[in-house]
Design a protein around this ligand. Structure first.
Ligand SMILES: NC(=O)c1ccc[n+]([C@@H]2O[C@H](COP(=O)([O-])OP(=O)(O)OC[C@H]3O[C@@H](n4cnc5c(N)ncnc54)[C@H](O)[C@@H]3O)[C@@H](O)[C@H]2O)c1
Length: 341
């Protein structure tokens, strides 16, 4: 099998999960690592037999590299993608895809122009229970979905923000909605579609940061359905995230943070429950397992080799940003705002 040679940009919290996933892909090779920190970068790269570079610009253009995996703060997702596309490399970018839908559009345009694949990490879409929940909703057994919810009552302490100050800064990071709850928000959209309008509040209630640590958004769908997103990083010590789908004929609750899916159908009567391994960042980001990333890397590698888009491509990655743009707009304006696709 042809090797697929990756360069990893960023060697912080999530980078080791990417390195493990690259090694789990048939033919996957971690060729190089670029990170600004000379105290951490060389040791990290050496652990995987990769070379270390301080500047990502040079390494993305290396002729022996096929794909660029982006594990930096989100303000760099756009510029690194542009540099990679210019060099003709495929891109696999961590969530959030960028800081706004406009940045996502620029990433999509650059990758389409260059003819390279663009994937966005949303590993929860590869969880067996998320897929099962999607099948259930698609089966129509629950009837017309009328009331949905996505709740992320997580906790992050001061040490989390001190370890990487960008996580508390508006320009580089963004708050609980774009950083933590985006996983549940992406699943909600994947499972129930994009709402048409939102009315939201976002507040900084406890942490000494520039960004929101508590937020909620009322959702209205064109179908008439309504819903609620709730997200916080002040829910000590961190409670399991959960998604809810209530329909005219039954309901499904994805206890995502507990690895459990529960459903009930009225007629013909069906009461079901399935369990899977727990992978949740409720209390700490690195409590997640690598299984979702490995599955997503496997799909990305197959997509590149087959010349098809990855399952979570740039268009899919952009969906949560459309909703987040509207939520942040509404939180600022105090009005109901349209989600502009
Ligand atoms: N999918 C998930 O579950 C998950 C979990 C954690 C983080 N993430 C995402 O991964 C990304 C990184 O998060 P993290 O927590 O690992 O961050 P981090 O702060 O721990 O690490 C960021 C890394 O980027 C590097 N970096 C910063 N500027 C750079 C530059 N100009 N050139 C090269 N390297 C540079 C830093 O040196 C550091 O190694 C974020 O987008 C975050 O939202 C995703």
């Amino acid at each position: 099998m042809q090797p697929l040679r990756f360069v990893l940009i960023g060697a912080g919290n999530i980078a080791a999960t990417h390195a493990a996933a690259i090694q789990a892909v048939p033919g996957g090779v971690l060729a190089a690592v670029a990170t600004r920190h000379p105290e951490r970068g060389p040791a990290f790269a050496a652990r995987y037999g990769a070379s270390w570079h301080a500047d990502y610009h040079a390494v993305v253009a290396r002729p022996d590299v096929d794909a660029v995996a982006i594990c930096t703060p989100q303000d760099l997702h756009l510029p690194i993608t542009l540099a990679a596309a210019r060099a003709g490399k495929h891109v696999l970018c961590e969530k959030p895809m960028a800081r706004s839908a406009a940045e996502c559009d620029a990433m999509l345009a650059a990758c389409e122009r260059a003819g390279v694949a663009l994937g966005v990490i949303f590993q929860s879409r590869f969880d067996p229970l998320s897929r099962r929940c999607r099948e259930l909703l698609a089966s129509g057994k629950l009837g017309r979905i009328v009331w949905v919810g996505a709740r992320t009552p997580w906790y992050r302490g001061a040490a989390y923000f001190q370890a990487a100050p960008w996580r508390g800064q508006a320009a580089q990071g963004g708050g609980v909605l774009i950083n933590q709850a985006i996983h549940a928000i992406d699943l909600l959209i994947w499972l129930a579609g994009l709402p048409a309008r939102v009315t939201a509040q976002a507040r900084t209630l406890v942490h000494a940061v520039e960004i929101e640590d508590a937020a909620q958004a009322l959702l209205e769908y064109d179908s008439g359905a309504i819903g609620l997103v709730q997200a916080t990083t002040v829910a000590y010590p961190g409670y399991p995230e959960q998604l809810e789908f209530f329909g005219s004929q039954g309901s499904a609750v994805l206890h995502k943070g507990e690895g459990r899916l529960q459903w009930h159908v009225r007629e013909p009567r069906e009461d079901g429950q399935e369990s899977a391994a727990v992978s949740s960042g409720a209390a700490a980001p690195m409590d997640i397992t690598a299984a979702g990333h490995i599955a997503q890397y496997q799909d990305f590698a197959e997509a590149v080799r087959a010349g098809r888009p990855p399952l979570v491509d740039g268009h899919e990655g952009r969906q949560s940003m459309l909703l987040l743009d509207a939520i942040y707009r509404s939180a600022r304006s105090g009005r109901t705002e349209a989600v502009v696709p």
